[in-house]
Ligand binder design. Structure first.
Ligand SMILES: O=C(CO)[C@H](O)[C@H](O)COP(=O)(O)O
Length: 262
């Protein structure tokens, strides 16, 4: 029996499928984390197994590593690869200047290291992620566990100096315990509502001892493909935007859905 993808999943699937057109034989890829990135990994695995596409990937989280191992996507480490041709990753929010909020899945540190070590970063997302002003999505900030309450209090004070109300920041939890990242850190989520000057905010936060990294990706992504459930994909760069109609692929979708349910 055939089952349909939900509209958000179809949008993510279409963005991921369009992203495959950026991948060339022999590339060293940064492999992002999250549900949109996972669609890309499944489609990439198809091309590797069916068409003999020769690529190698650096995963940005233990989750992506485990999924890619299960799918048979060849992996290496960033140290062995040295430098990457292209990173494909999702985002929680992106604006017109391709500034991103990332880290909803808790992988922001490795995601930023991998994207920065790439010639290009391509963002894949559904249309809901595209915003005029960043900040409705809580900004993840990775901090070291040592003295985390003090670090959180200093972050809140620093935000007040920038005239930003950061009192509403929360330690991210998992099963009532602090969520721990792959590098052993905690995350605080800053419920800012609106981010005016992203660069000033990023500098302010990373100047605080105990703060490891923020989920603000500024000047890192060069392009984005945004899927719409109706079948349109918007390709964005800093200077232009165009729309492509993604041809329906019902068999490919059913195939992937079938394997997700296995
Ligand atoms: O930054 C991330 C993980 O740290 C993800 O890319 C971001 O959370 C988007 O996830 P999804 O594709 O599931 O919406």
């Amino acid at each position: 029996m055939s089952r349909e993808l939900s509209p958000p999943d179809r949008a993510k699937f279409l963005a991921a499928r369009q992203a495959l057109t950026f991948v060339e034989d022999g590339m060293r890829l940064g492999l992002g984390t999250g549900s949109t990135a996972a669609w890309f990994h499944r489609l990439l695995a198809e091309r590797i197994h069916r068409e003999g596409l020769n690529v190698i990937g650096v995963p940005t989280s233990s989750r992506t590593r485990d999924l890619c191992n299960a799918l048979g996507v060849p992996l290496t480490t960033l140290d062995d690869a040295g430098w990457l041709d292209l990173t494909i990753d999702g985002a929680d929010e992106l604006d017109e200047s391709l500034t991103l909020i990332k880290g909803g899945g808790g992988a922001l540190l490795l995601e930023k290291i991998v994207a920065t070590a790439s010639d290009r970063m391509l963002v894949i997302a559904d249309g809901a992620k595209r915003v005029k002003t960043l900040g409705a999505f809580p900004l993840p900030v990775e901090i070291v566990p040592f003295g985390w309450k003090t670090t959180k209090a200093i972050v809140e004070e620093a935000l007040a100096d920038l005239d930003v109300d950061g009192r509403n920041s929360t330690l991210r939890l998992h099963n009532s315990e602090p969520f721990v990242t792959d590098e052993g850190h905690f995350i605080i989520d800053l419920h800012l509502g609106r981010i005016g000057d992203a660069t000033a905010l990023a500098h302010l936060l990373t100047d605080i001892p105990g703060v490891v990294e923020t989920g603000l990706f500024i000047g890192i992504a060069q392009a984005a493909v945004i899927g719409e459930p109706g079948g349109t994909v918007i390709r964005m760069t800093l200077h232009e935007e165009d729309r492509v109609i993604a041809p329906p692929a019902p068999e490919e979708e059913q195939d992937l859905i079938g394997r997700l349910e296995d």
